[in-house]
Design a protein around this ligand. Structure first.
Ligand SMILES: [Zn+2]
Length: 206
């Protein structure tokens, strides 16, 4: 599958567009902000959006969710434990950041080990709680989309509602670091990295 990254919004959030080159079926991960930019890329690549997947329900990852979901009819997928956060302006930080709270509801609740198909491809989910209780990571081909759990030489903040510092360490050490070292990591903010690079260099995880 092919992956495109758009950097959107005040907090420079990564929105990923993952698609099958033959069928043009696509998933959009974290429609952070600036829906016209997302739509322009969908049109440019001539994609059919089947799923919108949220790595977690924070405001800076969901700013264009309502417009995208309404416009495409794509199913909204989120970690089961973040589903109630999605429409709670306090827990999803929309109030704190001065953004309007999305009204789109979760269509598909993701649990650990779940998967879905996109054309002939399989997209797997692992729950990686800690940054929020329902944070998920998305695995396909030789890549993982890690949301705000693991960044290039850093990790997600755990000072938000439903955050858990012990849980984020366990998610990274037991689940993300269990992936192949060559796996490319596409985080929620900043540049891509790899599992091997983080095992060797991440100063926050030991
Ligand atoms: Zn976040």
């Amino acid at each position: 599958m092919k992956i495109e990254r758009l950097v959107l919004g005040m907090l420079h959030t990564n929105c990923y567009i993952v698609y099958d080159e033959q069928s043009k079926e696509a998933i959009i991960i974290d429609p952070a902000d600036s829906y016209p930019k997302i739509k322009a890329k969908i049109l440019e690549l001539d994609l059919q959006v089947k799923y919108v997947i949220l790595t977690h329900a924070h405001s800076d990852h969901i700013g264009a969710l309502d417009q995208l979901a309404d416009d495409t009819g794509a199913l909204v997928c989120i970690g089961a434990d973040d589903a109630t956060i999605l429409n709670d302006g306090e827990l999803n930080l929309c109030s704190y950041l001065g953004n309007s709270c999305p009204t789109s509801k979760a269509d598909v609740l993701i649990n650990d080990g779940d998967s879905l198909s996109l054309s002939q491809n399989t997209i797997k989910f692992i729950t990686t709680p800690g940054h929020t209780k329902g944070s998920i990571s998305i695995v396909f081909d030789d890549a993982v989309i890690s949301g705000d759990t693991l960044f290039f030489e850093s990790i997600g903040r755990t000072d938000f509602p439903t955050s858990d510092t012990v849980a984020i360490f366990n998610s990274i050490k037991n689940k993300l670091y269990a992936l192949d070292r060559e796996t490319t990591v596409y985080p929620g903010h900043g540049e891509p990295t790899s599992i091997g690079h983080e095992i060797d260099n991440n100063p926050f995880v030991w």
